[in-house]
Design a protein around this ligand. Sequence first.
Ligand SMILES: NC(=O)c1ccc[n+]([C@@H]2O[C@H](COP(=O)([O-])OP(=O)(O)OC[C@H]3O[C@@H](n4cnc5c(N)ncnc54)[C@H](O)[C@@H]3O)[C@@H](O)[C@H]2O)c1
Length: 319
Amino acid sequence: MLITGGAGMIGSTIAHLAVALGARVGILDAMLPLYGGNLVNLRGILDEIQFIEGDIRNLDLMRRVVPGYDYIFNLAGQVSYVDSNTDPLLDLDINCKGHLQVLEACRLENTQARLLFASSRFVYGRIEYNPVDENHPFNCLSIYGIHKLAGEKYYRFYQEAYGLKTVSVRIANPYGPRQQMKHSKYGILNWFVRLALMGQPLTVFGDGQQRRDYIFNEDLAEACVALMLSPGTEGRVYNLGAGTGVPFIEMAGLVAEAVPGTEVRQVEWPQDRYFVETGDYRSDLTRITAASGWRPQTTLKHGIELTVAYYREHQQDYW
Ligand SMILES: NC(=O)c1ccc[n+]([C@@H]2O[C@H](COP(=O)([O-])OP(=O)(O)OC[C@H]3O[C@@H](n4cnc5c(N)ncnc54)[C@H](O)[C@@H]3O)[C@@H](O)[C@H]2O)c1
């Protein structure tokens, strides 16, 4: 299997799982500064995989790389919705054009591979009801959400027009070991872990009752593999979360519990943040469970404990 963006948090977690299952794994990652690519994430398996430093936006390279793989997991991406709004053309370049190059490369050189595309809950934007199923309207509140939706549609189009076997996952709020912690523009849970480990308070906006669906990245990796191996998932899109809506304040409390002495502070909502607040979010997992049999295994409390333990040991590699 090939994993684009495989040096990042989710891709490397899939790589560890795949190597343990005996798969032949290739990883392509552009190692762009300030993104999540980190060779430390591949510690323990580097000798068993093929690593290519390269960019999905390079069509010639992608045409040379994709042949021979049965499964291609496409995790390469610009991940920050904040940055997507301040630099929309970069987001377009990576999250749309980059993935079109992957699809073109496969159309030209490997039509047999099964392809997975990492989309996001951000395609739903402002939430109208919970739990959110895959038919929820698209009320995108960020350029990132718009481009992820376009990405899903590209993958779907290449399935219908050219017979490529594609599947997309709308990932909720992932967290866990191997996420970059250099800045706060990625998942807030991991950022809270960093703050707690540095002895700083965790700031919660408003009453902290906004609910999020935090999915441990090892559960997430298992879901991606299960979907790729399940028949009948081609051309479809699946929500991928833990299926729980946890109040923000409760998540902060669990991080504080895992790092004793951490203070949780509540402050008023800053106006600029209010604009992009989506409202409560909880994934409806009916479709993914029916298709693959996958169910999340890790409780939030345990996942946070594992995350804290990982960064206690490896923080020098992440910030
Ligand atoms: N982390 C989240 O909150 C979240 C939520 C929903 C969806 N996703 C999606 O899941 C995917 C993986 O996210 P992650 O959390 O592992 O992030 P990450 O930053 O840890 O991993 C992404 C990897 O992609 C690589 N990359 C970026 N642009 C590339 C390019 N043009 N060519 C090749 N490699 C490139 C980066 O170097 C990085 O290693 C992304 O597509 C992201 O949009 C992430």
